[in-house]
Design a protein around this ligand. Sequence first.
Ligand code: PTJ
Length: 260
Amino acid sequence: MTTKKIPKTHPRAESLRVREKVKGGYIEGIMVENGMISHGRGEAFDYLLGEITIPEASKASKVAAATLLLAKNPIISVNGNVATLAPKEVVKLAESVGAKIEVNLFHRTLEREIAIMKKMKTCGAKEVLGVGKAASSELKGLESSRRWVDPEGIMTADTVLAPLEDGDRTATLRKAGKTVITIDLNPLSRTAQMASITIVDNIVRAMPLIVEESTILKKIDKNDLKDMIKRFDNKVNLDKSLGYIANRLKKIASTRVNSQ
Ligand code: PTJ
């Protein structure tokens, strides 16, 4: 089904539109096959959330925007799924908070790095780090291809926004003393559990929200932003996100029982 053929009244219209984007990203050589599997897992969790931005995700997005605004050297790490689903928002956020953009892939090939760089540049990015030989620094303690990073980017960043990430790199970046912000629909994933700030939401909803928050928070006193960040407890917020899913399922189960 192409985007044009998705009926507006279809209850899953938005989800189907996103699937079309996923297909497009794969055809363009940006997203890898495993990225589609990963998206399917994300969809399952989104279904449990009711495909909405829950209050805990709004809160985490606000804290993420504040953290990026206060960072000295923030980086947005882009993989195939991110470049497929939110390329324009990555560029907008990078401009808003003064962050650099770096390609960092789990299933690394030079062709995909170049395809992603081109996509980001088409969307307005002036510079894209981490492509080819530019990823010359090694993150020690990491075995996957994600260990190759740009010395001008992730290697020297104090804050890394790494959406749809794998647990190993999150752990390595945290060990290296960096603040890691992630967007992950699965609140139980290792990345979600290990990040400094976890936004349990679909990237297609979370990224525009972080961009919006960053433009609002820019006008706020830095000390107030620092207070907001200090008050935020990622573990508590994650527990509440899980609680949200559990309560929603209980509610659905009880209505179904009552209606039988
Ligand atoms: O482009 P590459 O080569 O770097 O590969 C990227 C993928 C995503 C394939 C790679 O990083 C990977 O395998 O990731 P994982 O381990 O599947 O983790 C991705 C996490 O993102 C999972 O917890 C998914 O539930 C979650 N996720 C998937 N789609 C979305 C999502 N979270 C937010 N929004 C989504 N649309």
